[in-house]
Design a protein around this ligand. Sequence first.
Ligand code: GLN
Length: 519
Amino acid sequence: MNDLVTMTASQLSALMASGQTSAREVTEAHLAQIAAIEADVAAFLSVDSAGARRQADAVDARRAAGDALGPLAGVPIAVKDIFAYRGLPTTCGSKMLDGWMSPYDATVVKRTLDAGMVVVGKTNMDEFAMGSSTENSGYQTTHNPWDLDRVPGGSGGGSAAALAAFEAPLALGTDTGGSIRQPASVTGTVGVKPTYGGNSRYGVVAMASSLDTPGPCARTVLDAALLHEAISGWDPMDSTSINRPVPPVVEAARRADVKGLRLGVVKEFAGEGYQPGVMRRFEEALVALEGMGAQLVEVSCPHFAYALGAYYLIMPSEVSSNLARFDAMRYGVRVGDDGARDVEEVTALSREAGFGDEVKRRIIIGTYALSAGYYDAYYGSAQKVRTLIKRDFEAAFAQADALVSPTSPTTAWRLGERVDDPLAMYRADLCTIPSNLAGNAAISVPCGLSPDDDLPVGFQIMAPPLADDRLYLVAAALEGALDDARGGPLLAKLRSSVTGVKQPTLARQILDLAKEVEA
Ligand code: GLN
C-alpha cells in the first residue's frame, strides 16, 4: 500500500503544491487501494478509474501551466450515490434507478469538480438513504473496515467505509436524520451536517426535503472544513438555500480553541440504551475539553425524547410525496409494459419490483399520516413537536455556545443484528435527529475506542444555525487533544483513543503485508 493513501487531504495538497507528487500519482495510489480492498469492504457501487485519471491529469496540466488552484485540487473524493453526477450512474442505492445516468451534476458535485477534486467513484448507501447500516442497499453489503463483520452505519456507510479503508481522503454525504454523523461515529471518521440551507440540495435525490442536508466527510477535522468551504454557499437552484456568507470553518479548524467556550451537555442523551464504553469515552472527552479551558454546563432539552417519534412521521410523509416521482414513466425500472396493461398497473408493478421493504414501509406510513382525517392528528402534531424541539435548542443555546453528546448510543453492531428490528435500527439516530428537525449544524468527531469492544466512538457537537464554525473550533481542539502525535498526560488516560489519521485494523494489516512484500 502506498503511503499517499494514509495522508490527509491537506497533506496531499501540500505535497502536490510543492511538486513532490502529482494528482495522477495520488489518484493511482487510491485506485490501487480500492482494487486491493474493495472485495472486503464493498464501499463503492461504481468506480471510475478512467474518469479519475482524466480529471487528475487535467489538474496536473493546469498546475504545470501555472494556474492558481484551490487547496483541494487533485485530491480524490468518493461521492455518495444520492448525488447526480454525469460521469457515473446515480442509483441512490435502489434497483428502481438501476443504471440511471443523470444528465446534469448536483451543485455540490459541480463545486467539487470546479475545485479540482478527483471523483473516484460513487458509494453504497441504504436505498433512498433510508437506514442506519447500509444493509438496505439494493445492491450490496458494505463492511466496516474496523471489523468486517460489523455495519459501517448508514445511510452513508459507503462513504464512511471508503474513508476508514483509505480508499479516499474525502467523501460527500447527506444527512436527513444522521446519515453523515452516525456512519462517521461508527467508522472513526469525521462527518458534518451543516446548517440546513447552507448546502444546496440541487441534484440530490430527495428523501425528506425539509431535512435533507448535504455535507462533508473526512478523516480529520481540517479536511472536513476544507471540503465544507469548497461545497457550501448560496445556490439559486435550491429555494431553501441561504444567501449568506459561508461561516469561517477552515479558520476555526485551524484555531482549534475552546477557551472560554460554554459547552452544554445535553442531559437527556444518556442512560438506558447507551453503551457504557461510549459514555466513558464521551465523559473523558468532556474532561479533555474542560482541561483546555471550555466551561461545561448541563442543559436540559425535554422534548428531545419525542424527536424520534416526530421524525418518523414527518420524514415518511415527505418520503411518500417525494418518491411519487418514481412512476416507471420518467425514470428507472418499468415492469409489465406489454401493451395490455394501463399506466396505473405498470406503475404499481414497477414500484412493487423496484422498491425494497424499508422504502415501501415508509411510503405506506407517510401516505397514511398525510391522508384526510389523519393529517392533523399525525403530521400536524409532529410539526408541533418539531417546534418544541426548536425551542429546546433555543433555550439551550442561550446557556451554551455549543451542545455536546455522544453521536450514537452504541458502537458498530454486527451485520444482520438489527435487520429484523426496525426500531432498534431507528434508535441509532436518537442523538442526531433533533438537529435535523431544528435545522442547526452538527458534527461527529472520533473520541476514542470503546473499552467494551475496541470500536470507534463518536463525539457530537451541535451549534446554532449558521454558526457551523463553532463545530470546528471544538472538534479540532478535541482531535488535537486525543492525537497520538501530541502526547501528554491525557494520552495515558485515553490510551486507546484514535483520530481519523490512525489506521483501522484492516488497512493496518494491508500496510504491514505490503511492507513485508517490499522487504
Ligand atoms: N437513519 C435515518 C433514517 O433511516 C437517517 C437517514 C438519513 O439521514 N438519510 O431515516
